[in-house]
Design a protein around this ligand. Structure first.
Ligand code: ATP
Ligand code: MG
Length: 412
């Protein structure tokens, strides 16, 4: 992709109305644009990252045996009244149609899914079921100053599983927790499994927390076995690890995922029952598994940045390589090299801009944060080499093209 044709432009100045590091860097680097507090456009660069994050989530959901579907974001009031959340869900966006019918913008989807499932579940033969979606959610957050970490419109993967009994539900819950661990590892995040209260959903839940100063949660995590508890939510959280007795450290953290055993809570509201093997009619038992994909994008920037810009982990980087053409004399060679990268399946951004100084190109490359920077200049051409630098390293290395391609291959 030629940078001269890229829609996104980097900005000289950090937007004055952004406080959070992730929003400041992502706006300046041309990944996102703010429409309103907590409401962002994903520009082409940003959408590339979001799609990569959601691609990893999709792969692991599929490996878990869950099927993808898509529910509506516009919900009628009635099911929200049935669960008594029309009034109790503080962050619910409520709106009225021209015919004065009332609607909510979906902040979560039990109110859509449970009525739907009453048409699909009749007997134990119909269970288990696991469905998920990746969708835009709406929450009227009181405070939306954390950029992508707390959106009023944001992206979430929500998985729901339905079972004939607790044993099967627990089995799936453990498998889903393992899938979450895999996802965060692939995303490059060190997410701690954290015991927490379930809020409006259930008595206890498991959160996936990334220790980071930008986080709005506080956790205690064990320095020895890495068991973590949420300070605010879990009553009687103690400074000593309850699992191994090791000493714990208090840290600010970001909740990137949250899984709950829903049990039969909403099944009772909607009469979601099934006929069991012995003929008895029982409520369906469920699990609910949320993961904030746009919050993950903000978290990655909070964790992987320096004073110059982002350092994207390769799995989620908008491009793998960034080719900087320094001076128009090397244009033909640089264009051919970018074409070669493309032909070998290496996704590259090629800075072919004639109206930028070398300094501006270097600064933009650091700001955007693509993992591999390749500089092509008259000097490197004279030496018949290219200059390669990993974003996290200080010094570039001169190498042959072949050496670079071999290295990229080993790296894939
Ligand atoms: P928080 O406590 O941070 O408000 P929550 O516990 O209300 O979040 P859940 O209902 O558990 O959120 O939603 C599942 C996941 O969706 C969260 O773990 C988080 O990753 C993401 N998420 C929730 N609210 C937001 C938001 N306002 N902006 C971005 N992501 C969010
Ligand atoms: Mg939560």
């Amino acid at each position: 992709m030629k940078q001269s044709q890229l829609f996104s432009k980097t900005l000289r100045e950090t937007p004055k109305d952004e406080e959070a590091i992730n929003a400041r860097i992502l706006s300046r680097a041309g990944f996102i644009n703010k429409l309103h507090a907590g409401v962002y456009t994903y520009l082409p660069l940003g959408l590339r990252v979001l799609n990569k994050i959601e691609g990893i989530v999709r792969e692991e959901m599929s490996a878990l045996g869950a099927e993808e579907f898509l529910m509506p974001a516009l919900h009628p009031k009635e099911p929200w009244e049935k669960t008594k959340r029309w009034h109790s869900f503080d962050a619910l966006y409520r709106l009225q149609s021209r015919s004065k019918s009332e609607f909510a913008l979906g902040p979560t989807h039990e109110e859509v899914l449970y009525p739907l499932l009453t048409h699909y579940i009749a007997s134990y033969h119909d269970l288990p079921i696991a469905v998920y979606q990746i969708q835009t959610k709406f929450r009227d957050e009181a405070r939306a100053k954390s950029g992508l970490l707390r959106g009023r419109e944001f992206r979430m993967k929500d998985l729901y599983s339905f079972h004939a009994g607790q044993e099967d539900r627990d089995r799936y819950y453990d498998a889903a927790a393992a899938a979450y661990k895999k996802i965060f590892k692939r995303l490059g995040l060190d997410a701690l499994e954290t015991k927490a209260s379930g809020g409006t959903f259930s008595e206890e839940s498991l959160e996936f927390q990334v220790a980071c100063p930008a986080g709005e949660d506080t956790i205690f995590f064990c320095l020895k076995c890495r068991t973590a508890v949420n300070k605010e939510l879990v009553k009687n959280a103690t400074p000593a690890c309850e699992k191994c007795g090791g000493s714990t450290e208090e840290a600010q953290s970001i909740e990137v995922g949250n899984i709950f055993p829903l049990k039969d809570q909403y099944a009772k509201d909607f009469g979601l029952t099934f006929k069991d093997k012995d003929g008895s009619v029982r409520f369906v038992s469920a699990g609910c598994f949320g993961l904030g994909t746009s919050r993950v994008m903000g978290t990655l920037v909070e964790v992987f940045h320096d004073e110059k810009g982002v350092l994207w982990p390769e799995a989620v980087a908008p491009f793998k390589a960034h080719v900087l053409e320094i001076g128009t004399a090397v244009k033909n060679y640089a264009a051919a090299f970018a074409e070669k990268l493309h032909a070998s399946g290496i996704d590259a951004l090629y800075d072919d801009r004639d109206d930028k100084t070398p300094g501006e190109k270097f600064a933009d490359a650091d700001l955007i944060g693509i993992p591999w920077r390749i500089v092509i200049s008259e000097k490197t051409r004279t030496q018949k080499k290219i200059e390669v630098k990993a974003r996290h390293e200080d010094r570039p290395v001169l190498m042959d093209e072949d050496e670079f391609f071999a290295r990229m291959k080993g790296n894939q």
